[in-house]
Design a protein around this ligand. Structure first.
Ligand code: PMP
Length: 354
């Protein structure tokens, strides 16, 4: 039985990507040694690094006006690093869920934070103080299942945490000063963080410890510290695979169909499956829903598991069910989940009448 991993991250990788990565770990590009063994200042590695950066630019639809940095750590590490480098007077944080709330919390140590609190929904508009250094938002709240359908036009530089929806859909980068994402969902494996920063915004960065400074990393061609080569290889192979799939637009069409399949099932369930998020704000990546009663949860999850549909339990802080349907999740797996949802509802119809 094929097992489909609906985890929120680390999450499913395409089989071809895993195979290519395994090959790179054993024998990288016919060198006879692993990507993890390549001296990071050697020309082949430097070329590989810049090819991977070019692939990030290509799939994001941006050019040389942005630096692309491959850093190590957690996505959360960047919450503090962003604030320590760019928060000078005050900054605006749009809090739509768990991760943006954490980013606002972590920034407070470095300066004044104005919070636009709109948990579980995307605000129509919001005020930004004229002297705000930037606006920070999380484009897709992985736990809460809400996303910005489009990025707002901001009067001050816009910073986006796109950890869970980078490369899932085409976004307008023209207004974005900095975009960051952990690799472990849509572009590789944990340990690598991609920071894409516009050069004119980077020029405003405060000087911090050199080993942490985006300016210093950029100046040293991403070789200031030894890059996490194996994780970069995972991203390289993922972005190659994305290209073979037809790029972001092609994968977005499939992603939208996957999300439609699940929301259709939820909305047609006569209240059996519940998702309270406004339709326009629903995430196409993390579909969250609850069952009529908590007592049904284990039966739902174990029936799913028997069908090879695993890791559907919601985040411990949110409860319920969460189906994370990143780029690597095929449509037929989502259809299998929808079929299971239908079957499970049919065998528990008494709950609808209550
Ligand atoms: N931002 C978002 C949107 C996330 O989904 C996550 C992790 N799931 C993080 C930040 C934090 O990532 P990390 O565990 O790598 O710090």
């Amino acid at each position: 039985m094929t097992v489909y991993n609906f985890a929120a991250g680390p999450s499913m990788m395409a089989p071809e990507v895993k195979q290519a990565l395994a090959q790179s770990l054993v024998d990288w590009q016919g060198t006879g040694f692993s990507i993890a063994e390549v001296p990071h200042r050697s020309q082949p590695f430097v070329d590989y690094l810049s090819q991977t950066q070019a692939m990030v630019r290509h799939h994001l639809g941006i050019g040389q006006e942005y630096e692309v940095l491959f850093l190590s750590g957690g996505a959360r590490t960047q919450f503090a690093l962003i604030a320590s480098q760019f928060l000078k007077t005050r900054a605006t944080y749009v809090v739509t869920g768990h991760w943006s709330a954490m980013a606002a919390h972590d920034a407070q140590r470095y300066g004044h934070v104005d919070q636009v609190v709109s948990n579980g929904k995307i605000p129509e508009s919001f005020a930004v103080a004229e002297d705000s250094d930037y606006v920070f938002l999380c484009s897709n709240e992985t736990i809460d299942g809400v996303e910005f359908a489009t990025y707002p036009v901001s009067p001050v530089p816009l910073i986006v945490d796109a950890s869970s929806d980078i490369f899932a859909r085409r976004v307008d980068m023209s207004n974005v000063a900095l975009l960051m994402a952990g690799a472990q969902k849509n572009m590789g494996i944990a340990g690598l963080i991609v920071v894409v920063v516009r050069k004119d915004f980077l020029a405003k960065a405060r000087q911090i410890d050199p080993s942490l400074s985006y300016v210093e990393h950029a100046k040293k061609g991403n070789l200031l510290v030894t890059p996490c080569a194996a994780a970069i290889a995972a991203t390289h192979e993922t972005l190659n695979w994305l290209e073979r799939c037809g790029g972001v637009e092609a994968i977005e069409a499939i992603n939208r169909e996957k999300a439609r399949t699940l929301y259709r099932e939820i909305d047609a369930s006569e209240g059996f499956y519940r998702n309270t998020i406004a339709i326009k704000d629903r995430s196409i990546t993390n579909v969250v829903f609850s069952l009529p009663d908590e007592s049904l949860q284990e039966a739902f999850l174990s029936g799913a598991e028997q069908r090879g549909l695993v890791n559907l339990r919601g985040h411990r802080s949110a409860g319920g069910i969460r189906a994370s349907i990143y780029n690597a999740m095929p449509l037929q797996a989502v259809q299998a989940l929808a079929a299971w949802m239908q079957e499970f509802k049919q065998s528990n119809l008494e709950w609808i009448k209550q």
